[in-house]
Design a protein around this ligand. Structure first.
Ligand code: ADP
Length: 326
């Protein structure tokens, strides 16, 4: 196997708080191990356009606490074509980059897998997404921060919901995964969560809300995962409004504020551990794996598994929410 002297690092797809902490960790761990580092800007786009710059230790100073990504992120259509990936490979070689560390979600790791297969380039993936939807790691970089942002928002919504005795549908991100909605609901004391993993009948939901709302509660909050499978918060609000016009129903879509902000301690530590472990993997000759944490131990998950397997949501969490929201 060819010796690796220089690694390239990029962030791709949806941004997540903690990506900067991961960039810092990868860069510093690489330099510590005698490798040189090149930062690739705007995800795969930077590989295609050659937006690449040498990174020293100082380039990643004072970023561990910053949300977003100093490398920027983008979606790159060209990289999904063989022609685009050929240009990317040629640029990579011209820059002397021997291996790639890709920080991103499902799509970004799919790109890394395809590229690695096509050009025999060692690629290591770090799970960077607020959605927590990558199989094989207990949490992903950015998830904990987004969850805490949701709590902060829902706590505030609770104040106004209680004052006006309203029913709020709060839409949170997560794409087709319900981790943010379900755990956000448990942690904020919400009355219910509508998530794609478990179908929710609107009448059941209404029964449940009616009991809680009328019996003992003077506000109700339901967290809804944004997925097309749930139809989103607006969809549920419209249906409840139509069938029960006596309810004062409101919708809040939290949107992109969930992606921003300074990463929590959990995300900074996770990103630091995963970044260092990515370099360990490269030094050990591993390739085409996503680095994760399972039971507080570093694990290396083949791309295929991380991308293709669905990460299950524990039924126990659904039961906890149901029991505690009476
Ligand atoms: P995320 O990483 O947040 O899931 P996307 O799904 O938008 O984000 O993917 C990010 C980028 O990864 C895409 O813009 C594209 O450049 C690359 N990518 C995704 N899927 C593939 C694929 N099948 N082949 C090659 N590149 C891909």
């Amino acid at each position: 196997m060819a010796k690796i002297n220089c690694i390239g690092i990029l962030t791709s797809g949806g941004d997540a708080p903690g990506m900067n902490a991961a960039i810092r960790a990868v860069t510093r761990a690489a330099i510590y191990n005698g490798l040189s580092v090149k930062g690739i800007y705007r995800g795969y786009k930077g590989l295609v356009t050659g937006e690449i710059k040498e990174f020293k230790s100082q380039n990643v100073s004072n970023i561990i606490q910053q949300g977003g990504t100093i490398l920027k992120t983008a979606r790159c259509k060209e990289f999904t074509t063989p022609e685009g990936r050929k240009i990317a490979y040629d640029n990579m070689k011209a820059e002397g980059i021997d291996a790639l560390v890709v920080i991103g979600g499902d799509g970004s790791l799919t790109g890394a897998r395809v590229f690695a297969e096509e050009y025999d380039v060692p690629c290591i993936g770090l799970p960077g997404t607020i959605d927590n939807d990558l199989y094989g790691t207990d949490t992903t970089i950015g998830y904990d921060t987004a969850l805490n942002t949701i709590l902060d928002a829902v706590d505030k919504i609770r104040d106004t919901a209680t004052s006006h005795e309203r029913l709020f549908f709060v839409e949170v991100m997560g794409r087709d995964a319900g981790f943010l909605a379900l755990n956000g609901a448990i942690a904020s004391g919400a009355e219910a969560a509508i998530i794609p993993e478990f179908s929710t009948d609107v009448d059941q939901l209404e029964d449940f809300i009616k009991n809680g709302f009328r019996k003992s509660k003077n506000s109700s909050i339901v967290l809804v995962a944004e997925s097309e499978l749930t139809g989103g918060a607006m969809h549920y609000a419209e249906r409840v409004k139509k069938e029960y016009p006596e309810y004062d129903v409101r919708v809040t879509i939290l949107g992109h504020l969930q992606r921003g902000g300074s990463p929590t301690a959990h995300d900074r530590i996770l990103a630091s551990r995963l970044g260092a472990a990515a370099i360990d993997a490269i030094m050990d000759g591993q390739r085409n794996v996503m680095v994760g944490v399972h039971h507080d131990e570093i694990v290396y998950v083949p791309f295929n598994k991380a991308i293709k397997n669905d990460k299950p949501i524990k039924k126990e969490l659904v039961n906890v929410l149901r029991a505690l929201s009476i």
